[in-house]
Design a protein around this ligand. Structure first.
Ligand SMILES: [Zn+2]
Length: 80
């Protein structure tokens, strides 16, 4: 028998990748909720140690870029 009818098509369910946040994320600088897509489109996005971060405003991104570890320290409390 030469043909293999039972060969299944793999389902393409990989639409949502794990490295892309599905919903709102927290601005690590001020604690505000940010939509990743919107933040990215406005350039309010940084990558640090292979993790993506999103910001509500340019000031927050600049603060973060200056010293990312400060805002990622568990003892840091986001505030406006
Ligand atoms: Zn912010």
């Amino acid at each position: 028998m030469g043909f293999d009818r039972l060969k299944e098509e793999p389902l393409h369910h990989d639409q949502h990748r794990a490295d892309r946040p599905a919903g709102p994320v927290i601005d690590p600088v001020c604690g505000m909720t940010v939509e990743p897509d919107e933040a990215r489109s406005r350039g309010l996005h940084s990558s640090y140690q292979n993790v993506d971060y999103y910001f509500c405003a340019r000031g927050c991104k600049l603060d973060f870029d200056e010293d990312p570890s400060r805002y990622l320290d568990p003892s840091h409390t986001p505030s406006m």
